[in-house]
Design a protein around this ligand. Structure first.
Ligand code: AR6
Length: 188
């Protein structure tokens, strides 16, 4: 299995690995959800299948309270049968051309998930490539946003998150993240 790890500062690491996010243990697993919080295909389908019906029941309650979750936002539930305590359901933007606020909305998803993590004292968090599937975000552009936001968060020693794991589905998504990470490192 492909995997690569970098130390941001002492005890703070970012890992990029190929795999199925439902099989990777973490305190919090991030889901690529939709505004309706109603489940769907892609990683959302996989998370609900592996986590079981308790996650959707909890989302039913959240929906009853708040209605839809805006794009760029995220909500937290427990993780059912998944190897985690929490699932953060993040709503990424549908990609049009990159000039309709997509980078800001995607960055907002990562920041919101990291805030939910801090509020819960989460130390390890896993992310899929939010928006880079059905929502059509070009994978390298999505990776640049994701890696920048997460590395910045891990660079702050006051934060509780110690380890972020990007779990990428398939070799080409993994290679895209790796290439972007190398570019970001070289630019420093
Ligand atoms: N583990 C890790 N990554 C996965 C997995 C998995 N098990 N399954 C798919 N991916 P997508 P989006 C990758 O489409 O673009 C849903 O219907 C996938 O290859 O899951 O944000 C929701 O309900 C891709 O790289 O999410 C929304 O309606 C990445 O996860 C909509 O899709 C994201 O692809 C959200 O679309």
């Amino acid at each position: 299995m492909n995997s690569m790890e970098w130390t941001i500062q002492a005890g703070r690491t970012v890992e990029i690995r190929e795999g199925d996010i439902t099989r990777v243990a973490a305190d919090a697993i991030v889901n690529a959800a939709n505004s309706g919080l109603v489940g769907g295909g892609g990683v959302d389908g996989a998370i609900h299948r592996a986590g079981g019906p308790s996650i959707m029941r909890e989302l039913d309650g959240i929906r009853a309270r708040i209605g839809r979750c805006p794009t760029g936002g995220a909500v937290a539930t427990a993780a059912g049968a998944l190897p985690a305590k929490y699932v953060f359901h993040a709503v990424g933007p549908v990609y049009r051309d990159g000039a309709h606020g997509e980078p800001e909305l995607l960055a907002s998803c990562y920041r919101k998930c990291l805030r939910l993590a801090e509020e819960r004292g989460v130390r390890t968090i896993s992310f899929p490539a939010i928006s880079a599937g059905i929502y059509g975000y070009p994978i390298r552009d999505a990776a640049a946003v994701a890696l920048r936001e997460v590395a910045a968060h891990l660079g702050n020693p006051a934060n509780s998150v110690e380890r972020a794991i990007f779990v990428l589905f398939g070799d080409s998504a993994f290679e895209a993240y790796l290439a972007v990470w190398r570019t970001l490192r070289a630019a420093k």
